[in-house]
Ligand binder design. Structure first.
Ligand code: ATP
Ligand code: MG
Ligand code: MG
Length: 550
């Protein structure tokens, strides 16, 4: 199989609107058609970037359409969430917001017209019989109802609509080609009976159009030029075109397919994501471990990082799996440029500077973001007792350890060089305090005599530090391809670690969601929605590159 160039859709569209093309002189018009039966995920982001992005590239427009023709799992809750997520990504549909269910009356009329033209019939095969009767390539499909009189089908279809029959008792089928090599063309069902409340039309309808019939009509009614969809619809394209060619609408949209996005170490279908939520493997659709857009947002993903990711994975005609680490890479790039730097201690132990006067305090002025000097500076306080990471002290250092151990010097980031003098332990042998002496000559971290200090560690002033809860996330699954078999068997039991009593700079109390930070040497973190000034909560968005920790 060959990989088509990363912008094959762009090439097709450009040809279509060029002189002599199928849509010569027309404005490019696309749509994004989610079914409101769950929250959007990163796969949808790819489709959104393609649908809205292509329109943008050609100076065209893109509709947002709720494809709500299957009432079973649809709900208005999802409609609002979908809108929020698309807006958050930075795309706009202006006033072009539609519901497929608004077209039910027209769709019904079009179906009636097909029957009148002898192009559709009411079939009374049960679903089981239908499955058998549609045959395989060696056995042609059959339906004893195929040649029933038009009048009979018209009457039965009307009675289907009135609710005279039970679910599954009959269907409306397009009369196309029972011997077709394309299964979708073997007189596909275009309407089925479903006595169920619809989230918008209530019980007005008990028959619902099938996707393959509804979708081309929705596109044509809205004047869509290019109906961009995922690869699994490639085999449905002949049916899409059949419908387009047999309904009486002037607009004849073109369907173009692209590869679905798959990412390793996660699952992506709404059905599976719903299972994770309903079985409480995660704390809701917006759990920061979820690949949903609301989950990624809560995790600290930025719209720019996701759009950039979608741009860089490109548009191909072959399904493939993208590394989760690439998504993280795109986030890291954005946060490296934009996240506010701060110091936070996740596993605190006290460091006492025994020669620093007890009543003395001072402040250091530090840059908020060295990548962006325009983001200004802030004051960081310093005193005799500081919080440092437990792992930055070793009573007996291993080879290559350059941080605090008795006799060794390290630099306290932006403050002073200190020499470790020892520690205090509790009855169990745990280190409860580390002792050091600071060198007053090294304010700012430089050594006037030029002596080398290998290690630099972060710290937070214990006098002013604020407690925080920090949530560390790992992959939800323990295997790269959880979809290969029962994904629920590969849940990672350690995908969430909650740390309490972490120590952060007091300025963080006043910050609001959404705000990202680089906790120096630790990674990128963001405020969680549940955070309050009294109980700060941070989510780790992504770790720093491993090499940074050395
Ligand atoms: P799911 O299987 O996750 O429920 P879906 O295709 O049923 O997805 P829809 O709400 O119908 O979900 O999707 C809206 C649009 O998003 C469709 O055009 C669909 O092709 C596209 N889309 C869904 N998942 C992906 C994906 N993983 N990669 C790219 N596009 C996707
Ligand atoms: Mg769908
Ligand atoms: Mg689906």
């Amino acid at each position: 199989e060959t990989e088509i160039s990363s912008n094959f859709i762009q090439t097709f569209i450009a040809e279509d609107i060029a002189p002599g093309g199928r849509f010569e002189g027309k404005k490019v018009h696309t749509r994004f058609p989610p079914e409101p039966n769950g929250y959007l995920h990163i796969g949808h982001a790819k489709a959104i970037c393609i649908d809205f992005g292509m329109a943008e590239k050609f100076g065209g427009i893109c509709n947002l359409r709720m494809d709500d023709t299957n009432p079973t799992k649809e709900d208005t809750e999802y409609v609002d969430a979908i809108k929020e997520d698309i807006r958050w990504l930075g795309f706009s549909w202006d006033d072009r917001f539609y519901y497929a269910s608004d077209y039910f009356p027209q769709m019904y009329e079009m179906a009636v017209n097909l029957i009148r033209k002898g192009l559709a019939y009411v079939c009374q095969l049960t679903p089981e019989q239908m499955r058998e009767n549609r045959g395989d390539l060696t056995h042609p499909a059959v339906s004893p109802y195929r040649d029933r009189p038009i009048e009979e089908s018209l009457d039965l279809f009307e009675r289907m609509r009135k609710g005279e029959f039970r679910d599954g008792e009959m269907t409306l089928r397009a009369k196309i080609d029972l011997a077709s090599g394309n299964f979708n063309m073997r007189d596909p069902v275009i309407y089925r009976i479903n006595h169920i409340e619809h989230h918008r039309t209530g019980s007005e309808w008990c028959i619902y159009p099938m996707y393959d019939f509804a979708h081309p009509i929705e596109d044509a009614l809205e004047g869509i030029t290019h109906s961009l969809c995922t690869l699994e619809f490639e085999d449905h394209r002949p049916l899409y075109e059949w419908v387009i060619n047999h309904i009486d609408l002037p607009d004849k949209p073109r369907q173009i397919e692209f590869a679905r996005l798959g990412i390793n170490n996660t699952v992506m279908s709404k059905r599976k994501l719903r299972q994770l939520v309903e079985n409480h493997y995660v704390n809701g659709w917006d759990d920061p471990r979820m690949p949903t857009l609301c989950g990624l947002r809560r995790r600290g993903y930025t719209p720019a990082s996701i759009r950039n990711f979608c741009e860089r994975i490109g548009v191909a005609k072959v399904n493939s799996t993208v590394e989760y680490s690439f998504l993280e890479h795109c986030l890291r790039e954005d946060l490296n440029l934009n996240a506010q730097r701060t110091m936070a201690v996740l596993h605190p132990v006290k460091l006492v500077l025994t020669n620093y006067p007890e009543d003395q305090t001072e402040e250091f002025e530090v840059e908020n973001n060295p990548e962006k000097p325009q983001n200004g500076t802030r004051k960081v306080s310093f005193s005799r007792t500081l919080w440092i990471e437990k792992e930055d002290f070793m009573e007996e250092p291993v080879k290559g350890y350059f941080r605090l151990f008795p006799g060794n010097e390290v630099r306290l980031k932006t403050a002073y060089v200190v020499r470790c003098t020892g520690c205090k332990k509790d009855e169990n042998g745990n280190v409860v305090e580390v002792y050091a002496e600071y060198d007053p000559q090294t304010r700012g971290g430089n050594t006037p005599d030029g002596r080398k200090v290998k290690g630099t560690i972060h710290w937070v002033d214990a006098e002013t530090a604020v407690d925080a809860e920090v949530r560390l996330y790992d992959s939800l699954f323990t295997v790269p391809d959880p979809e290969a078999d029962d994904f629920l068997e590969h849940i990672n039991p350690d995908s969430l670690k909650v740390l309490q009593n972490c120590k952060v700079e007091p300025s963080l109390v006043n910050e609001k969601v959404p705000k990202s930070f680089q906790f120096m040497r630790q990674g990128y973190f963001c405020l969680d929605y549940d955070s309050t000034p009294e109980h700060l909560i941070f989510n780790r968005s992504v770790s720093l590159k491993d090499s940074f920790k050395k």
